[in-house]
Write a protein that binds this ligand. Structure first.
Ligand SMILES: Cc1cc2nc3c(=O)[nH]c(=O)nc-3n(C[C@H](O)[C@H](O)[C@H](O)COP(=O)(O)OP(=O)(O)OC[C@H]3O[C@@H](n4cnc5c(N)ncnc54)[C@H](O)[C@@H]3O)c2cc1C
Length: 432
């Protein structure tokens, strides 16, 4: 099968010699068992080369999109290829909800968990925080189940695709709820930073957007649950910012029709928590992205440091988004061991100036132990990244146990985990 395939943003052409599209679990097992080297491919929304390989890829998109709700145990089990959009539809119809979502529902559950994908909210963990158990096909084609009470569980949900092909995940769910989104305009950065903790904690999920063209957060998205004991009143001023009177897109040149409902009108959780609607192109569509998770205690200083280089950032930026994520125990999570504030950049699609600007951003964030997003672009040296994820050596040992021959390794994992013990030549010659 031809592998003429690029990632969603088009900044990376996959080098794979074959893309397998199994339709049954037995086929997945046979494909994995028969391959020398192989990587799972989700919906291709990563900007980094995390999914890339010169060997084989396996996509689960042609597998049945099974979504099974267990109301008694408040869980849902989804097949590895299912996207959040499909999961949310089924879950809501059964009267249940996820605690949070990323900015877009177009991405696969397995790929999102593998990369530590997150939304916002001081009490919300990364999306992988919902995982109760998962099933994966390991190097020999065996089907392995890993549950929360397994000793190594904390190493498994955020796995960079390095442990095997995840064929199903069981997630904890809660009763369905409604959310209302109010977008506030032009919050001065100083006012935002002076009240940072208070305003980021003011609703279920709060997101600040700035283009760094002026010292303002151009938009603040406040997503409040309607069952919150202190519900928001959308018509009012909020920390000196005024509510928008029309729907908006975070990137001001893009159409608001692509975005989820605003102006305080309540709606089902999955039609409000993501910024973008499943039937539209999310974000701007022509872009590069990078993102950093800064320990919450450093967030104000980190944002002030970025303010110092606003003139460097602004010319190549479409939008910057600031969110919060609650601490967890997952070894490769951006929020491992600490609450974090994530600072995201949607750049213009112009690789060289963007790369230079990423270096400037990373130099500014250096004192704050900012962890880069596994799925987005970074210029940080691998040694630095290894320091920032203190359980990375444990993950490397786990990966060697699951995959002693390095079947699931690629350039990306070699770069950050170190080469496999036994190099079988996965054909990933040079790195980026
Ligand atoms: C427009 C846009 C908006 C975004 N918004 C957010 C956001 O709000 N928050 C955030 O944190 N990130 C965000 N991201 C990043 C995105 O969440 C990640 O790229 C995520 O990995 C996407 O999942 P995917 O299915 O496309 O994964 P892919 O890019 O296809 O794969 C990523 C990794 O997951 C592995 N993988 C995929 N499927 C499996 C499987 N079945 N078994 C084992 N490993 C697997 C792959 O091997 C690879 O290593 C955004 C990206 C885009 C393009």
């Amino acid at each position: 099968m031809s592998a003429e395939l690029a990632n969603w943003a088009g900044n990376l052409r996959f080098r794979a010699r074959r893309v397998h599209r199994p339709t049954t679990l037995d086929e997945v097992r046979a494909v994995v068992a028969g391959a020398d080297h192989i990587r799972a491919l989700g919906t291709r929304h990563s900007f980094s080369d995390i999914a890339d390989t010169a060997a084989d890829l396996v996509s689960l998109e042609d597998m049945p999109p099974v979504t099974t709700v267990d109301a008694r145990n408040a869980t849902v089990t989804v097949a590895g290829g299912v996207r959040y959009a499909g999961l949310a539809r089924e879950l809501h119809a059964a009267g249940f909800a996820l605690p949070n979502m990323a900015s877009l529902p177009h991405i696969s559950v397995a790929g999102s968990c593998a990369t530590g994908t997150h939304g916002s909210g001081v009490r919300n963990t990364i999306l992988a925080g919902s995982v109760r158990s998962l099933e994966l096909v390991t190097a020999g084609g065996e089907l392995v189940t890993v549950r929360r009470d397994d000793p190594d569980f904390a190493g498994v949900p955020v796995n960079l695709g390095a442990l095997g092909v995840v064929t199903s995940l069981t997630l904890g769910v809660e009763p369905a709820y409604e959310v209302s989104t109010t977008v506030y305009l032009d919050l001065p950065v100083r006012a935002g930073l002076d009240h940072f903790r208070e305003l980021m904690s003011d609703a279920h999920s709060v997101c600040l957007f700035t283009d760094w063209g002026a010292p303002v957060f151009n938009q603040v998205w406040v997503m409040a649950r309607t069952d919150d004991p202190q519900p928001k009143s959308p018509g009012r001023e909020w920390f000196s910012a005024s509510p928008a009177t029309r729907d908006l897109h975070p990137v001001s040149t893009q159409p608001a029709a692509a975005c989820t409902g605003q102006r305080g009108v309540p709606g089902p959780w999955h039609t409000r928590l993501p910024h973008f609607r499943p039937e539209f192109t999310p974000s701007s569509g022509e872009e590069l992205q990078s993102e950093y998770a800064v320990p919450a205690g450093h967030a104000v200083a980190a944002l002030e440091a970025l303010g110092e280089i606003a003139g460097v950032i602004h010319p190549v930026l479409q939008i910057c988004e600031v969110r919060t994520v609650a601490a967890d125990e997952f070894w490769l999570s951006p929020a491992y061991g600490t609450d974090v504030v994530t600072i995201h950049f949607t750049w213009i699609p112009d690789a060289d100036p963007v790369r230079r600007t990423i270096r400037a951003v990373e130099a500014s964030l250096e004192p704050f132990r900012a962890r880069p997003h596994w799925a987005k672009l970074t210029e940080m040296p691998p040694e630095r990244i290894r320091e920032l994820f203190p359980r990375l050596a444990d993950f490397r040992a786990l990966a060697r146990r699951y995959d002693p021959g390095g079947k699931f390794r690629n350039d990306f994992t070699d770069r950050y985990l170190g080469p496999a013990t036994r190099r079988g030549g996965h054909g990933d010659g040079g790195s980026r």
